[in-house]
Ligand binder design. Structure first.
Ligand code: 5GP
Length: 202
């Protein structure tokens, strides 16, 4: 494999997709892994663009068939990363970006080891996160409360990540994200290093 993986985690409402969109011209060619989920689509979300929205049954069939590189239950719904398109993109030498939760990060790191660079993206405070979730007005209060409670747990995993981006100001956060994406591309994996040593030694 020639590509690299960049895992982004952080609470819903941290601004992960905004940052990726903002930085997309600056980070060169990449493949964004579109996850599959059993959650209902929000207004404005498109199937096959934001997520692949599937039924509970279809998701469990995918699990049985071994379709997922990783999957987890987040806020009571299944979310998973399909293996095939990720492998294809890696074979093509692309940077593959994942927006997955902390459980997904642990699983991907365990499976893909030194192909992985990771960053946790968070608003500066929990209060600010709450404010953004209410302002976004895409979820009911009970769902927002669940997301806030989840965020309080997720922040404890901060130390497991290579980088932390505090999304206070979007242009600054996007610049930091661009630097991290470039570093992820340059990061060497054991397989590539062994090959290089053999060629270098000949
Ligand atoms: P949302 O419902 O706000 O789109 O996403 C909720 C959470 O699920 C976010 O923290 C997001 O990073 C995470 N998530 C999205 N896709 C995946 C996935 O494929 N696997 C895992 N483990 N988490 C995911």
């Amino acid at each position: 494999m020639k590509g690299a993986i960049l895992v982004l985690s952080g609470p819903s409402g941290a601004g992960k997709s905004t940052i990726i969109n903002h930085a997309s011209d600056a980070i060169g060619e990449y493949y964004f892994s579109i996850s599959t989920t059993t959650r209902k689509s929000r207004e404005g979300e498109k199937d096959g663009v934001d997520y692949y929205f599937v039924s509970h049954e279809a998701f469990e069939e995918g699990i049985k068939a071994g379709d997922f590189l990783e999957y987890a239950t987040v806020h009571g719904n299944y979310y998973g990363t399909s293996l095939k398109p990720v492998n294809e993109a890696l074979e093509q030498g692309k940077l593959v970006i994942f927006d997955i939760d902390i459980q997904g990060h642990r699983l991907v790191r365990a499976k893909m080891g030194d192909f992985v660079t990771s960053a946790f993206i968070t608003p500066p405070t929990l209060k600010e996160l709450e404010k953004r979730l209410y302002a976004r007005a895409t979820d009911d209060t009970s769902i927002i409360e669940r997301r806030v409670a989840n965020a309080k747990e997720e922040i404890k995993a901060l130390g497991e990540f290579d980088f932390v981006i505090i999304n206070d100001e979007i242009s600054k956060a996007s610049k930091e994200f661009t630097t991290i994406a470039n570093a992820a591309r340059l990061k060497q994996n054991g397989e590539a290093l062994e090959k290089f040593i053999k060629i270098w030694d000949n």
